[in-house]
Ligand binder design. Structure first.
Ligand code: ATP
Ligand code: MG
Ligand code: MG
Ligand code: MG
Length: 484
């Protein structure tokens, strides 16, 4: 089943059950100073959960574009983490609660494909619930899941929040057992790669603050109403339904990976088992390339442009990581002119604006790659010499001053210095580097006040939400004008 069809079926199921289909908000989280990018479907509905605004509907469904940069190190190494992904979600604003959400999820998951469902084998589904949530366990049992496949888990996995102050709540997650070739038996607690988490049902009922980690936060109190917020990874369910090993092999991603393999002459998958842990390093790199190129496309598509701070810096790092990965596989020429059009062709069926805007998107992308390749040429020579010197002297770490000079004089990013040094078995004196950076920032602060920065006014998006109409993003023209 094609990813686009998975998405269509998800929305159709919830529309048939009284949900209003709401478009994805753009990736930049323009309303929240604590969040760079939308990381879940519920973000655009936060004011509804908090009771700050009255929703124009009591049930909604969406397929939200998401970015999770904290997952970047997992990309390619696990079967299930993208920096960009799409989250299918159904939401209840004080309407149905647990007893509504669980059967709705079960029905879509297990209904035969011939009847519009996903046709998952009920015997392979597991659910987790928050420690003391006996109510959810009871509903799962009534819905058709036997007790031995219902697992209690703690805060880290089964108490969901955005990672910042706001609405939160205990949750119940659905896992699919992909079988012994993917890992060890025993449920999600034992092996999260074999037991693939594909859907999280959040019982949104608290407001939290003082968020230090997933397990360390303070509950302020209860939300005005009991709500439902669910997130089903579109790529994850697609990977299950397409019978592929990981989300980089689904129809929306695989062609990018295949093109990168073709360019570099690598044969993808021949040295790897089904489990992500058995992957050949070249395969991991190909997956990173595919993921990051797609992410760059989606970010630039939503108006983000490469820069040295904030969202633009995230984009820059992701692009540079993709470019470096393909160089490490032996491709020296500009790679994005080969890969970005493939990513566009994968995604444009669901996001036609990517095809319409491709001129603008590719201009930014190709210019960024060109400038990075020049930086690389200059910086790598200098770094290589420095590394050789440190090694000759029997040192274990590259001095912070050296890393700073590379950054300051040549625009050579620190993450790259760290990566290249690590490849050569060296540490980098990061404390020293940070001290020099802090000094420089203090100096720059004086000028900064004089310079006019500030974001474009993107309040059009919130206005649309107020009106209850479809969310239309008009911000990027303003952003790109600003940064030209
Ligand atoms: P995991 O434990 O696998 O990292 P999660 O518990 O962090 O996932 P949630 O915050 O519960 O994920 O998000 C809801 C759903 O979104 C998940 O059940 C999964 O299907 C999907 N999802 C989460 N992170 C990613 C990602 N980085 N790439 C693709 N899909 C994701
Ligand atoms: Mg996660
Ligand atoms: Mg999880
Ligand atoms: Mg989860």
């Amino acid at each position: 089943m094609k990813t686009a069809e998975v998405k269509r079926r998800f929305l159709a199921h919830f529309e048939a059950n009284g949900h209003t289909v709401v478009p994805s908000a753009p990736l930049p989280a323009i309303d929240d100073p604590n969040l760079l990018f939308i990381n879940a479907g519920m973000v655009q509905f936060v004011p509804f959960f908090l009771g700050q605004r009255t929703p124009p509907y009591s049930r909604a469904a969406s397929v939200q574009k998401c970015i999770r940069t904290p997952d970047i190190d997992e990309v390619g190494k696990t079967s299930r983490h993208g920096t960009f992904f799409q989250m299918n979600g159904n939401f209840s604003f004080g309407d149905y609660f647990k007893a509504g959400a669980i059967p709705l999820a079960w029905e879509l998951s297990t209904k035969p494909q011939s009847e519009g469902g996903f046709g998952l084998d009920p015997e392979k589904i597991w659910a987790t619930v928050y420690l003391d949530d006996d109510e959810a366990i009871e509903i799962w049992k009534q819905t058709g899941l036997p007790a031995e496949r219902i697992v209690r888990r703690g805060k880290k996995d089964n108490f969901w929040s955005m990672g910042i102050p706001g609405p939160a709540g205990p949750c119940s997650e659905l896992y699919y057992d992909r079988g012994p070739e993917y890992g060890r038996e025993g449920g999600p607690e034992v092996d999260e790669d074999r037991y693939l988490e594909f859907w999280n049902l959040v019982f949104m009922q608290h407001e939290i603050t003082d968020v230090k980690s997933k397990e360390d936060f303070t509950i302020v109190g209860d939300l005005p109403k009991q709500n439902i917020d669910t997130g089903m990874g579109l790529e994850r369910i697609a990977s299950i339904l397409q019978g592929v090993d990981n989300l980089y092999e689904i129809d929306e991603v695989r062609p990018i990976l295949a093109r990168a393999a073709e360019m570099t002459g690598k044969k993808y998958g021949v040295h790897s088992g089904h489990a992500a842990s058995e992957s050949h390093p070249d395969d991991v790199r190909l997956r990173v390339i595919a993921d990051h190129v797609r992410t760059a496309l989606m970010l630039i598509g939503d108006g983000v442009t490469p820069s040295n701070e904030g969202r633009g810096y995230v984009l820059r790092r992701i692009m540079r990581r993709a470019i470096r990965s393909i160089r490490l596989l032996g491709w020296q020429a500009p790679a994005l002119p080969e890969l970005l059009p493939v990513a566009r062709d994968c995604m444009a069926p669901s996001y036609p604006e990517l095809a319409e805007e491709f001129g603008r998107i590719s201009e930014y992308a190709y210019a960024e790659e060109d400038s990075f390749l020049s930086t690389l040429r200059a910086g790598t020579t200098i770094l290589d010499t420095a590394i050789t010197d440190v090694k000759k002297a029997g040192g274990k770490a590259l001095p912070g001053a050296q890393a700073f000079q590379l950054h300051d004089t040549y625009g050579f990013p620190i993450d790259l210095t760290l990566e290249i040094a690590a490849e050569q078995g060296l540490d980098v004196d990061q404390d020293g580097f940070r001290r020099l950076m802090a000094d420089q920032r203090a100096r720059a602060k004086a000028d900064a006040a004089a310079r006019k920065t500030g974001h474009a006014d993107l309040s059009a998006y919130r206005g649309a939400l107020d009106a209850g109409g479809p969310v239309e993003f008009t911000g990027y023209q303003e952003i790109s004008r600003e940064s030209r």
